[in-house]
Each structure stands twice: as C-alpha cells, then as structure tokens.
Design a protein around this ligand. Sequence first.
Ligand code: S3P
Length: 433
Amino acid sequence: MSSYRVVPSPGVAGSLTVPGDKSISHRALMLGSIATGVTEVEGFLEGEDCLASLRALEQMGVVVRRPAPGRVEIEGAGLRGLRAPSSALDLGNAGTAMRLLMGLLAPQAFDSVLVGDASLMRRPMERAAQPLRAMGARIETTGGRPPVRIVGGAQLAGGRHATAVASAQVKSALLLAGLYAQGETTVVEPAVTRDHTERMLQGFGCDVRSRNGVTVLRPPRQLGAARVVVPGDFSSAAFFIVAGCIAATAPLLVQGVGINPTRTGLLELLSRMGADLRLIHHRCNGAEPVADVEVRPSQLRGIRAPERLVPLAIDELPAFFVAAACASGETVVTGAAELRLKETDRIAVMARGLAALGIAAEMRDDGLRIEGGRFQGGVVDSAGDHRVAMSFAIAALRAEAPVEIRDVANVATSFPGFAPLARSVGLDIEERP
Ligand code: S3P
C-alpha cells in the first residue's frame, strides 16, 4: 500500500499549473460520445476516474483517440448510437461517472450494469435512481448501492423533479436522461450546485436554462459536437491555495484555474478567515471562467462557516479543515452531512487524521469543530481517499516532525503527478511503494 512521507520544509513559493478539471472532463467525454461529429477536448484530466468513464464509453462502441497528453478526440455516435456493452461497466472509484451514466443509460435501448471499486460499491445510488424511475426509467440498485442494473427500452417523460439533496451528480443524471425524454425536464435543487453540465450542454447546442437552482432542459433533436478546453481543476488547486495560506514564503501562483462560482466557496471561506488571496488574469475557456490565483502567507482566524457555502466547497472541505487547524481559535462547519457519503466518510476520516497529528477535532453529525493548534508529526491513514491524502500532505508543511500518510494510491484518480508538482513549489514529499 503506497504512502507519502512529508518532511516539514521552509514552505511553498513559485508558480504551478494543476491538471484539468475532473467534473468537466467526465462531462466532455459523455456529451462528446452522444454528439454528432468529432468533439475535441484539450486539458483533459488523465486521472483514473475520467479514464474509467472513457473505457466505459469505449465499451459501448465510442471511438476515442488520444493524440497527445491532455488531448482527446471523441467520434460522436449520436444520441442513439451507443451500443450494448458486453460486460458490466466498471467505474472504479468514480461516483460522478456512475451517477451521470445512470442518467445517460436509462433511456438507451440496451441493458447495462454498473459496478465499481470497494469504495464506490458502498455509495448511495438511490438518490439518482429514484428520480430517474419517476421519469420512467427501469433501474435497480442493490439495497441502494451498486451494482446498478438498468433495463433498456424505457420511454422517459420529462417533468418537474425536486431533488432531495443538493447534488450536481443527481441533477446531471436527470438532465442527461432529459435529453431523451418526452417534453421538458425541470430539476429543482435545494441549493445551487456546480453547473458544468448545463454550461457544456449549451456549448453542444442544447436549450437548457438555469435560475436560482431551477434548471429547465428541452430535449434536442441532436447535439452538435464541440471543442472543449478544460480549465485547471479548482479542487486540485485548493490544496495549493491552502498550502500558500499556511506556509507560503513568497507569493504562490496557481495558474489557469477554473473559477466557476459554483465551485469556489473555498475562496470565500478562506477570505473570511483573513487569507490574502487575489484572482488575476481573468479569462474564459469557452463556457467556463478561468483565472490565476495568487496566495500570500496569511494569519488565519477561525470562523463559523456559513452553510450556504458548503455545496460550493464540498470537495474542498478536507483541505479547509487543514486551514482551520492552522487558524487561531475555533472553526465550525455544519450542514455538511454529504461529506459522510463521499469516497470515504470524510468527517470521520479527517477527524481521525487531525487527531493523529495532535489537533482537537470534534465530530458533529453534519460537520466538524476544529480548535486551531500545531500539527505534530505522525502517521495518518487516508483510508484510500485521494482528497484526504493530499490534505494531510499539505498539513505536513506546518508539522513539527515528518508525517507519513498511508494508502495514497487513489490520488491518481483526480491528481496524477501530485507529488512531483508539490515538490516543485517546495514540499519535501517522497512517494513510497
Ligand atoms: C461532482 C459533484 C459533487 C462532487 C463530486 C463531483 C460532479 O458530488 O462532490 O466530486 O462532477 O458533478 P455531488 O453532486 O454528489 O455532491
């Protein structure tokens, strides 16, 4: 089981570019596969999660070329061009791939079965299956979890669906199913979540509009192919943004980061803590806003995190907990029960890891209360969770002695090359088999 050993170093400085956005890369593959014509993707994330999506689409007959690193060309098969896979589709660790594919496969003519690794096989799938059934899908979970079995040939109807949880994955599953449905599909979310599917669908020529958490999609006759330039993943940049706040020796610049406002709740959380952050060089990659994030060393103060920011920072909360541990006073996060349903129970796994490094973290059902302090050295178990592993690698910048982080192979699901990139800005991090 591979691990990281991080030796406290003077700090971080310089500039870096993080790999492409995971959410956008999954969506580019899926929409490209059902478009008409060739979709070209630049900045594609070659992480295990997106490669699992890619292989699943190949299993359904889609031709995907990878002419250069980060470049993908998808021969769109058209809305009705996917073929029955000859075996179960294995989506590895990728919850996004599974939930989005549930929506894409529910209206197909053929049957399919979706499985994943041990973590994914424990994750809840009814949240997507239930509203899809309400559209007419014939879809079964196994006690709420994968394997997910989809019976082909269902005729879907659009309609209005209020999702029980604020989940971009569920919303996206319904919108993908809505492409094939009779009539308009309306999704009403309890809180606004990331809107990459909506933005990209528009780029593929689909009539989809959103306002205040209500999204309406009109089924198109076909989707036109598009060119997608994937920005750097804000969720990957987050580790370096926190690293800069807690341990910059000079400004740290993270370049080319997607700053879609449905993703950047962490920036507001850190600003409320007193972080010295600046967004510069604003531009657009097609439908997605991009900027460089400049971070300077900051004296952080503990805060009570506003619950409205939780869905906008959901994947960044493990890194935020590390910032909270380095802040003066206490930080309280509530309204984040969804964290318990991610690749691991991120409330429990983060609380255990913080405690292992000497930080008092009190678990709540829906969050954590963290008392700022000093990290000791020690051993942390990431429980196979990529974001937990990278968060503690950053924490080690401020530790009093080396930190060993166990079970880190899944960092490759979202951030291939994390350790060498982190070394390039000053982390003393060694990967051990
Ligand atoms: C994602 C949505 C979020 C996020 C996940 C990626 C997406 O999950 O945590 O990493 O690409 O749609 P939920 O929509 O379940 O909150």
